[in-house]
Every structure is written in C-alpha cells, then in structure tokens.
Write a protein that binds this ligand. Structure first.
Ligand code: SAH
Length: 470
C-alpha cells in the first residue's frame, strides 16, 4: 500500500492553503465540508474565494508564503502555479512533520485527496495512489450510482437506536444479529425511499418483540411490493431506485411492455412471473394480479411489479396498490419515464415548444370496452400537442374525428413504434395521410401517436438513429 487511508477530524482546526486561484478554490470547497478554519495565503484571491471571504467562511492573509504561516496548522495545501513556492511550502511543512499536499505533484505530497462519495456520516474515499485521478473519478461515479442518496440518513437513524439496542441485547453477537436482520430487511429500503417513520416503527417493533434470538416479528415478516416504472424500453432509462429494487427482488411480475433488456437486469435468482394481458380480456386477470401481489408479500417476499413506462400513466397502477392498501401491505411506487417522454425525446419531437404548443395532453385511444370516447372539441384545439397511447387500432377514427372537429387536415402526426429501443421507427405524415401510410406497412407494437405542429421538428431534431435490422 502506497498511502494509508485514514479519516481526519479537522473540525475547527487550522488548515492553510497557499494560493488564491481556481485550484485553491476547488480544494477549499472540498475541505470546507469537514468544517476546518481555512486560511488562504496569497497576494490576491479569485472572485469565488473573495466571496467566501466576504461570507466569513475563510480567512485571508494577503502576501507571499512564509514559514510562520504554518504555526498552529493541522494540514497544509500548496495550490499555486509557481513550482518554487510550492516546493518551499512542502519543505517547510516537512521540517515540521505537517501533512502537506502540493496539488498535482505526487512527489511533493505527504497525503493525497481521494475522490469522495459523500453520504454524511457515511463517506467513501477512493484513491489510485496518485496514478490516475481520472480512474478514481470514474470509480467514484460508479459508486455514486450504487449507493442510495439516503445512505447517510439510514446511518443517522440507526445511530439513534444504538443505546436501546445495547440494553436490549447485552452481548455483542446478539446485537450483531439484530442489526444484520434489520439492515437486510424492509427498514433499509423504507429509509432509502424516504419513509423514515415507517422504518422507525419497524425497528421499534423488532426491539419490543419477546424473541431475543434471530426470529422476525410479524411486521418484519411481511414483504413489500414495489410498483416500479420500467420506462419505455431502453434499460438506460431506468431510475437508480428501480434498478436497486430489481436487484433485490425475490419475485418479479412483469407484462408485455417490459423490454427484455430491462428484465435482464433483474436479480438472477428472482422468480419471474409473466402477467401479460391480451387486449379486451383483462378484467378478471387484473384482480388475480392484485391478489397475487398481496399474497407474495404476505409470504415475506420482496415483490417487484414491473410496469412499462410509468405505473401511474395508463398503467392501472392505482388499482394494484389499492388492493395492497386495503390489506395493509407495505408498498411503494417508483416512477418511470412514460412512453410520451421517452418516445418524444428519442424521436426529436419536443412535446411543448414556445412557437407551436403551450400545453400537452396524454390521452388513451382505447377504453376498457375497446371504444374511443374523447372530447374531440378540446383535442382539436390549436397550439397544443396530443399524445395518444394505445391509439393504433383507432387511428383512422382518431384522425377523422380531429379533422371533423376543426383540426387542420395537414396537421403533422407521428407514429412511433417501439420507441427508445433499437427497433424504434418513426413514421410522420398528416392527419389526412397517416391512416393510409400506416395501413400500407407492417407496424410493430407498441406504438404511440403524437399529434401537433411540434411533429414538424422531427426532421431537424431527430438524433436517435438505431441500427436497422437486416
Ligand atoms: N404506463 C405506460 C403506458 C401503458 S399503456 C407508460 O407510462 O408508458 C400502453 C401503451 O403505451 C402502448 O399501447 C403504447 O401506446 C404506449 N407505449 C408504451 N411503451 C411504448 C414504446 N416503447 N413505444 C411506443 N409506445 C409505447
């Protein structure tokens, strides 16, 4: 090991930074998080540092570095662009055995700055021992995506239980078992998704239970259902939370809209249950799905219900969690990128535009019984964009009705097939011509219709050009 990693308490300690430019400012920004008393020695300060000085966040001694600046210091950083000054700072600090860092000069460093993942109080520091700061940054980015933003809150919550747990489990191994159980259970995910009250209740119940061994209380035994938006197809469009839950799941229920690429990211050991529905044959099935979710959670499983796009947009997500709410089963809803956003972005069609559309409406082109019942007068108004989900079957009627209710017959319309996937295809035409154009070719579901002047921007703004199948 070239450097020994330690975490230094520099609260209220004097930290000296020599240099007043951008590099110094960056180090100040980093060090400041640990609340030291920072003094900058430099003839003058950059604007950013001058602002910090005005806010009383740092002190400044205007002038050249001299040995006395090190008096009382706990840490020294040289960040000037003058090699002679940097060397002088290093030599003076070495003489006093002070930890010193000369920025971008590994041979003049007694300590180095790691790349930091900050989830205070949890902190992860990454170093390549100065060999490649860029590599350290890449690794940090990787960790940033893997460690939930609320990790620090979890640590703080657990800290609040330390004394109670200690008196409840006097021996170390009892405590360790308890914490392992809690951290691998539902409480963790509750904190990550911002439900600290629920997590607190769960931990309290676990502490109050009679059993001092590793057995779980009734509340702990119940699993949780996460209704997760899987986005429109491209797995890169998943949220961090969706991915985390998919990788922790015991069982995943998914339907037709969830792409294979997204399913590939589910934990390998998880059971995968297909609950795809055929059009106009889903009334009974839906109830069955709702109950299956509840039953699995009651068996203590971590259940993920994966839904294409966003679960609360034409996804019947509300119905599925209503059953869970009735039965007192914990659940959470993870939003996803809905087809309208995904398809519009990937087709280069802004849904609103200052010149063309001041509002956007998401409507469904198909009711439960297969008919269409839309307020055509409103939809035919100008200066708006209409996004129609499930509109392929009713396409001729939709176009006809819009024209009949006053929309321009030359209004541009786009039909986006399998949006955001490598198979994406965009057909653009007008209200008059689209039904014929579509009828003349093979169309692959799912498809989304976008109606409005914004569609004309597609020619200019399309950027996503997937490889065509041969
Ligand atoms: N909850 C989903 C919508 C479910 S309704 C969401 O938020 O996106 C199903 C309809 O969504 C399909 O009939 C189709 O109109 C649309 N859709 C979903 N994914 C799509 C995709 N990748 N490309 C085109 N349309 C899509």
């Amino acid at each position: 090991m070239d450097y020994f990693p330690i975490f230094l308490d520099i609260k209220k300690r004097a930290v000296l930074i020599v240099g007043g430019g951008e590099i110094a400012a960056r180090k100040v920004a980093l060090l400041k998080r640990a609340r030291p008393q920072i003094t900058i020695v430099a003839p003058k300060l950059s604007d950013g540092l001058a602002e910090l000085l005005a806010q009383g966040e740092i002190a400044h001694r205007a002038g050249e570095f001299n040995d006395d600046d090190l008096n009382g210091c706990a840490l020294v950083v040289a960040a000037t662009d003058d090699a002679v000054v940097n060397r002088a700072v290093y030599d003076a600090a070495e003489k006093r055995n002070l930890p010193v860092n000369v920025v971008d000069c590994p041979e003049l460093c007694r300590f180095i700055f790691p790349s930091i993942v900050d989830r205070t109080p949890v902190t992860v520091a990454v170093s390549t021992s100065g060999t490649s700061p860029v590599l350290a940054r890449l690794l940090r980015a990787h960790l940033e995506t893997m460690i939930p933003a609320n990790y620090g809150r979890l640590a703080n919550l657990l800290a609040g239980f330390r004394d109670k747990v200690k008196s409840r489990f006097p021996d170390i191994s009892g405590r360790r078992h308890f914490w392992e159980r809690i951290l691998q259970g539902a409480a963790t995910e509750m904190v990550f998704s911002g439900r600290e009250q629920d997590a607190t209740q769960l931990i309290e119940a676990a502490l109050d239970s009679d059993d001092t061994g590793g057995k779980m209380t009734g509340a702990e035994k119940t699993g949780e259902v996460a209704l997760v938006g899987a986005g429109p197809g491209d797995p890169d469009l998943l949220t961090f939370r969706a991915l985390r839950l998919m990788q922790q799941a015991d069982v995943v229920l998914y339907d037709r809209l969830v792409s294979k690429e997204v399913l590939d990211l589910v934990r390998r050991e998880a059971d995968q249950i297909y609950v795809g529905k055929k059009r106009s044959f889903h009334a009974v099935r839906q109830e069955e799905i709702n109950q299956t979710l509840a039953d699995l959670a009651q068996q203590g499983k971590r259940v993920v219900r994966l839904k294409g796009g966003d679960p609360f947009i034409f996804g019947r997500g509300g119905e599925e969690i209503a059953t869970l709410a009735e039965q007192g089963i914990p659940f959470q809803v993870v939003p996803g990128i809905t087809a309208a956003s995904g398809c519009a972005s990937y087709a280069g069609i802004p849904l609103t535009h200052r010149d063309y559309a001041q509002s956007v409406r998401f409507v469904t082109g198909q009711l439960k019984d297969g008919t269409i019942d839309l307020d055509w007068n409103i939809l035919a108004q100008p200066q708006q964009t209409i996004v129609i989900y499930m509109g392929l079957q009713g396409l001729p009627e939709i176009c006809e009705q819009l024209i009949k209710h006053g929309a321009s017959s030359s209004l541009p319309v786009a039909l986006i097939q399998q949006g955001t996937t490598v198979h994406q295809q965009v057909i653009t035409a007008t209200l008059t011509t689209l039904p014929k154009v579509v009828a003349a070719q093979e169309v692959h579901a799912p498809t989304l219709l976008i109606v409005g002047e914004v569609v004309s921007l597609h020619d200019q703004l399309a950027w996503f050009k997937p490889i065509k199948e041969v």
